[in-house]
Design a protein around this ligand. Structure first.
Ligand SMILES: [Ca+2]
Ligand SMILES: [Ca+2]
Ligand SMILES: [Ca+2]
Length: 394
């Protein structure tokens, strides 16, 4: 039986004032659609801390055909941290737009090499193609999208492979692209976790029955910020920006892992989550990873006949992928605000398109985009139920 999950989330009020709720229904379709992937943290009886942290997932349109593809991140051997075989590869699945996904990892060259945890998406070189940043234990990877279905590992050339001057190789769990200085180029924030050395790892649990230690048993690490120089390289500005002063334990790591737990119809330890409309039907779908378990794709099959609008922002003087643009829509029912960001969920990256539910409204009276450059663009009388591309005026 195919798992189907109903949630009562969206409240509406009838004319009589009594609240009624539209059911939100998800159907798990990963394997049926060709998304065959199992998260492998390389479990050991020793129970090393990183084994509980794998891994993030992204929804991105890597080939620019308008359909969201899936990139799932995976672990490696422990404590060797090597992707010794295909069971540890990160996986890229192309969405054919007809309901099926195909594993294109080998051709794309994005299998990775080490113990990976998080993924961030963004067009760091403003060429119109979404690039990938993979956060890992000991090594991060920046994959530049060449636009022909393949990616180049440009980590070294970008200056992102250097050990931290104070802490050495860091354990990164997540990343996010953002244009913090508003120069139109996406900078990179990296969330680091704790100091981990398998040779010196604290022992927890009972003698003879080791258990995973609480994160408080480990020394925390500061986060990192890299400024995009616009020539394919980044400069570490962690110290200068003040980011370094805050020592945490992966600011994304503790709070949001339970985002997947709402989909508790499947008993598993869920980790990464990404949101996006994979079939472009106006209903937001969800992909979720699970430790030692198969990837889940929860297709939103809610019966609610409500209208929607999805906005794809294309920047010109702002970052090309629109990151940071604020979008406002006004209908007869009122105004709504949102913004372009893919950094949603633990270690994952979501649909960059901004999705609005419009209820019974078939027309957006006014749609305005406030670009990171400061420009404000306004469109009027936009029809609902479409993916609308809005390009920043030059
Ligand atoms: Ca695609
Ligand atoms: Ca790019
Ligand atoms: Ca959908």
């Amino acid at each position: 039986m195919r798992p189907v999950l109903s949630l009562l989330l969206a409240g509406t009020f009838t004319a009589g004032g009594a609240p009624s709720f539209d059911p939100v229904v998800f159907e798990e379709v990963a394997a049926a659609r060709g998304l065959r992937f199992v998260t492998n943290p390389g479990r050991t009886p020793r129970k090393h801390q990183p084994e509980t942290m794998v891994a993030g997932v992204a929804l991105l349109d890597f080939d620019g055909d308008g359909w969201l593809d899936v990139y799932a991140v995976n672990g490696a051997t422990m404590p060797g941290l090597v992707k010794s075989g295909p069971e540890f590869h990160n996986r890229l699945f192309r969405n054919d737009g007809k309901g099926s996904f195909t594993d294109v990892t080998a051709r794309a060259g994005v299998a990775g090499t080490g113990y990976d945890l998080g993924v961030a998406t963004g067009d760091f070189d403003n060429d119109g193609r979404t690039d990938l940043f993979v956060a890992g234990l000991r090594r991060n990877t920046l994959f530049r999208n060449r636009g022909d279905g393949t990616f180049a590992d440009v980590t070294d050339a970008a200056g992102l492979a250097r050990p931290d001057p104070k802490h050495g190789t860091l354990w990164a769990v997540a990343g996010a692209f953002l244009d913090y200085d508003r120069d139109g180029r996406l900078d990179l924030f990296v969330s680091n976790y704790v100091v981990w050395d398998p040779a010196n790892e604290p022992a927890c649990g009972n003698p003879g029955a080791p258990d995973y230690c609480h994160p408080k048993q480990y020394q925390g690490l500061p986060n990192s910020l890299f400024r995009n120089n616009g020539d394919g390289t980044f400069t570490d500005v962690s110290e200068k920006s003040g980011i370094r002063a805050h020592v945490g334990k992966g600011m994304f790591a503790d709070g949001s892992a339970s985002a997947g737990d709402a989909f508790g119809a499947r008993k598993a330890v869920h980790r990464g989550v990404a949101f996006g409309d994979v079939d472009n039907d106006g209903r937001v779908d969800v992909v979720v990873t699970a430790l030692d378990g198969p990837l889940e794709l929860w297709r939103n099959v809610s019966p609610a006949p409500n209208h929607w609008l999805s906005v794809k922002a294309v920047g010109t003087s702002s970052p090309r992928d629109g990151a940071g643009a604020k979008v406002k829509v006004v209908t007869a029912a009122g105004a709504q605000w949102s913004h372009v960001s893919t950094a949603v969920g633990y270690g994952g990256a979501s649909d960059p398109r901004v999705h609005f539910g419009l209820g019974a409204e078939k027309t957006v009276r006014e749609l305005s985009v406030t670009w990171p450059s400061g420009k404000v663009q306004t469109l009027r009388d936009v029809a609902a139920d479409q993916v609308l591309t809005v390009t920043e005026p030059r």
